[in-house]
Write a protein that binds this ligand. Structure first.
Ligand code: NDP
Length: 386
């Protein structure tokens, strides 16, 4: 039986890896809907190749171009926020949530409200609305399958276990491109240096997050919501080889780890085929060639973003929304060459210091806190530049 899938963020790094797996296993998957932000050329190419019935571009100004590119294909073109939600609730057994940033929240939440099975890469959606999303998933019978390699590893290690038997989750982090760099070097880091990840090939935003270690901070919050453990039971260890993707320690002292070469097609394949498995072309581990596995404690002085994220997790309420919104704005400004690398964490810290919001009770509340924080962060940047 073929599994119908809808791919949100089909043109990105996760989307491209997903399409690669679908094309290698055509008899098992049927793509029904695909989405992008602006890249209509790549979106139309994906829609043609996969035979998708709906292609959505978020930017409404690109609708005419998309319609032109899809004419004669039988694939309907649509644009805008409501159309993204339509793609998320389209006829599909599995929704791949691979939009980057809080922009993915509404579509992901719509899929949750429909009780869908969602393969979640879009960690920012869970970071900003984790409690609301997990409550809705429980109420509507939705299933969240983590694609993030660390959470996918934990999900695999937890299979068949009781949460009560878990004493600790240990998230591994490569340490990013500046793991062994001096504070002076890091301060002067350029966007090109920051996105040059030593082990993984990813989109620009998550690559910068990996360099600041904010990515690991977002993952702490993601793990908290996905697996229901408090901050004290969530650890981070630097593991430069990225061979162990994360570990679970049980009350008896046993530690289970999931290992593999750093290729996102492995966790994506697990989510696509769950509860079964499909073959992937990921390079097999040659343990003798790997030789050794190293571990280090993260340095919160050089990488303060990780400490800020843990603090936001422990503060709860609106803090993770503020952390994420300020980070999204600061990372975009860094990539644009407007602020220094070390300013990213500094602006996030400032945004958190000034935030005074109650706990969000609805997705509308989350989006409003996100909007106001973005505005304020832009204002702080403007003020500091003038
Ligand atoms: P990319 O930047 O490569 O792709 C992002 C996708 O989202 C693209 O399809 C893009 O469209 C679309 N998009 C961007 N902005 C919007 C918007 N405002 N509205 C609708 N669609 C939008 O990102 P990645 O694939 O690297 O990451 C996607 C998510 O997966 C992120 O949350 C990231 O943290 C997570 N993740 C990624 C990993 C990786 O290896 N890449 C690993 C683990 C998690 P367009 O192409 O038109 O811009």
């Amino acid at each position: 039986m073929t599994r119908k899938i809808s791919i949100l963020g089909a043109t990105g790094s996760i989307g491209t890896s997903t399409i690669d797996l679908v094309e290698r296993n055509r008899e098992q998957f049927e793509v029904t809907a695909v989405t992008a932000a602006t890249n209509v050329e790549k979106l139309a190419d994906i829609a043609r190749r996969t035979g998708a019935k709906l292609a959505v571009v978020a930017d409404e100004r690109r609708l005419g171009d998309l319609q032109g590119l899809l004419s004669g294909t039988g694939c309907r073109a649509a644009a805008g926020e409501n159309a993204l939600v339509e793609a998320a609730v389209a006829e599909a057994d599995l929704v791949i949530a691979a939009i980057v940033g809080c922009a993915g929240l509404k579509p992901v939440m719509a899929a949750v409200e429909c009780g869908k099975t969602i393969a979640l890469a879009n960690k920012e959606a869970l970071v900003t609305a984790g409690a609301l999303m997990m409550d809705a998933a429980a109420a509507k019978g939705a299933t969240l399958l983590p694609i993030d390699s660390e959470h996918n590893a934990i999900f695999q290690c937890l299979a068949g276990s009781r949460l009560n038997d878990v004493s600790r989750i240990i998230l591994t982090a490569s340490g990013g491109p500046f793991r062994s760099a001096t504070a002076q070097y890091i301060e002067a880091a350029t966007p090109a240096q920051a996105v040059a990840h030593p082990n993984w090939s990813m989109g620009a935003k998550i690559s910068v997050d990996s360099a600041t270690l904010m990515n690991k901070g977002l993952e702490l919050i993601e793990a908290h919501y996905l697996f229901g453990l408090p901050s004290e039971q969530l650890d981070v260890v630097i593991h430069p080889q990225s061979v162990i993707h994360s570990m679970v320690e049980f009350v008896d002292g046993s530690v289970l780890a999931q290992l593999g070469s750093p290729d996102m097609r492995t966790p994506i394949a697990y989510a696509l085929a769950w509860p079964g498995r499909i073959a992937t072309p990921a390079k097999r581990l040659d343990f003798a060639a790997v030789g050794r596995l190293d571990f280090e404690t993260p340095d919160l002085q050089r990488f303060p973003a990780l400490g800020l994220a843990r603090h936001a997790l422990e503060s709860g309420g609106a803090a993770p929304i503020v952390l994420n919104a300020a980070n999204e704005i600061a990372v975009a400004s860094f990539l644009d060459g407007q602020i220094r690398f070390t300013d990213v964490a500094a602006f996030v810290q400032e945004a958190l210091n000034h935030a005074r919001y109650g706990t969000p009770r609805s997705i509308g509340d989350v989006l409003e806190i996100d909007r106001v924080t973005r505005e304020k962060t832009r204002g702080m940047m403007k003020a500091s530049c003038s």
